[in-house]
Design a binder for this molecule. Sequence first.
Ligand code: ATP
Ligand code: MG
Length: 776
Amino acid sequence: DQVPPSVYLPKLNLQQRQAVTAGAEGGLAVHAGPGSGKTAVLTTRVAHLIQVGRIPPEELVVVTFTNKAANEMKIRLSKLVGAQTVDKIVMGTFHSVCVRYLRKYAKLVNLAPNFLITDRDDCLAIIKRLISTLSVPDNLRREMKPPTWLESISKCKSRQIGPEQYRVEREAAGAVDPEKSEWVARVYEAYEEELAKSNALDFDDLLVRGYQLFRNHPRVVAKIKSVLIDEFQDTNSVQYDLVKLIAAASGSLTVVGDPDQSIYGWRNAEIENLEKMLKEFHPVKQIFLEENYRSTGAILGAALAVVRQDTKRVKKSLKTSHPSGSSVVLHPAPSAFDEATFIASTIKHLVAHLGGLVGFNDFAILLRYGALSRNIEVALQKAGVPSRMVGGHKFFDRTEIKDLLSYLQLLSNPSYSPALLRVLNVPRRGIGDKTQREIGNVAERKQVSAFEVCVRVANGQGLVQGLTGAQRKAIKGLVELVRDGRKRADEGADVVELIDFICDRVAYKQYLEKTQGPDANERWENIEELKAYATVVAEENPSTADLATAIEAEEGESQFEEVAIPTSRSNGIKAAPESDDDVIIVEPADEDEDDEKIEVPLSSQAADAGQTTPLEIFLATSMLATDTETQAAKSDAQVEKVTISTCHAAKGLEWPVVFVPACEDGTYPFFRASEASEVDEERRVTLCSSVDDRLLYVALTRAQSFCFLSHAASRMAGADTKQKKLSPFLATASQTYPSLFVKKLQKVTQKTREETARVLGRPAPNEEKAKQLIDD
Ligand code: ATP
Ligand code: MG
């Protein structure tokens, strides 16, 4: 099932071929603009390294920007080298690559292998709780909201600075507000304790712990023969340091990127990484690709007009052999409502007038931020245009999905308090905020997990003040659910079965019907979607146990020193003083009518065997999913839909027709009140603009044949209607190059259809058919 080089090499141009066939040793940097085949080159190079370079697939690490990009690359690679080979490659985002090694070598960094990943919402929930339990003074609470605390902590973590070091550092720096620094350090400390107690890692931890693992145990990655990275311009310094460690043994590193598409200025993304790479992997072979295979001349011209305003940028040449095509439309709309109507009607117009050459799947609407989708979704729905939202309001942020994930997290790791506190009263068990707080406080006082407090309550201990009999019973039901669910998981139930089990036990569907009214069906469908996603994840990770064994055999894990893990961390539940090491057994309650003793096993069979269970894989995959990757799994994936996505999540992708609404000042560049207040005006403008003109550039260059930019003169912001001006980037570009932008789509003729067909590599529709569609 391998495609030989004689088939894939001739499809590439000369420079691409040079990049694909360059030897594995040393550095290779491919610099090129959008649509020039960087990702295609990277993918083909992986196949070439396996087939011709004879590098075993499990000794390759490939880093992509999103999980979705990794999946797409896997599909393409499967066609070249076969799916079985592809499964062995270590491929994914920086986070998922780290998770993979951290699970395998958890003991080496003093972690329990069944650690959970805390997403941002859960992190914020923890911070909120800590601010209240630690009694942070009111003035500070008013000044710093939970996201700001989290950001301060995150900054420390990414620099590998602990709370104590932070204190010392602030003091040495003569911090203006020592009280504030002290509180940040305290919250930071408590936050870390909470994560440790919950056996959880946040996103920063994944990278930092990965770094520590690779640095302190270089043998873990000693077998890696080559590392390849897509979208290198967006790696930050921690990620670069990781790369250096992973590639340390082989010194073989391939990066492909485009500085013009660097869109994380706010997140310390560093273009300087390229300079470092050129020095540290010396000599680096550099290859420039100049031909764009994606877009028409008109689209490229307009995109360049936008990015060219950045005077500091290195000029690159970019040419296309595609026809010039239809001009880019810059459409002024009176209001956001009219803009949305314009988008919906243009989509319908093109579907008909292009004679079936494009379907709804071929359209993307790219947004600066997710909330801009509301008007558009409504307008599309009204016009009968089906759509799907990607990367904005995340699938995994939906209430019903979070509920189910929290239950699954509890089954995987009962001591994970954010999950317990979330589902304690879902569905309603009559356990209100006050009782929840009380349970949290007891846990704090007794230094045990919230779940263990529940176990003790279930067994009749009067730990929590003022519980009614009904509440006690409800808590007992929850504890039993966790116990039974864990048992099922241990007996080999897959994630879909576990979801069914949970829904059944808590009557989740009935709960939705009772609380969600007409929305209940849609929400229940989301649960079905979650199950479909779980099936896909299971299929994509069929042989993890085998894989683990394979890695182990390869790397001779036995040579590693074993690090003892304190019991409280290695197990799901912190051991209670009165329990033995294997189960929590609490004396049956005096007042309890049935004297069944509840026991919850502390660790699963899989964990004992050092294996990663399907449940753990599923949870990690879900937590790391950066956009609605579940969409691929959705049963109606075949149904044609327009994609609505954030610009960030659209990176690396392409569509025949792209809309970029809200091209306004305040959107491009984007001002967020909170950010704007933190930096002075001048710095704010440079920071915002240097990122947002590139973001606009990324959005425009996703388009293959048609690109529609639009802006509204007025737009609702909260309860107010705000007057809006055209984005300064586009104002300048369209003044400097007036011929590149038109106000209205030119008439679609048979020539348009034929050119479009050429760009898309599809057969041209005949004129008769087009006429028919238009008449309908
Ligand atoms: P971006 O910067 O947006 O990530 P990229 O440089 O990674 O873009 P690709 O996505 O790899 O570009 O390629 C863009 C399109 O061009 C794809 O549809 C790809 O299949 C096509 N392509 C790449 N190389 C060639 C080639 N030599 N001949 C024909 N088509 C090509
Ligand atoms: Mg790419």
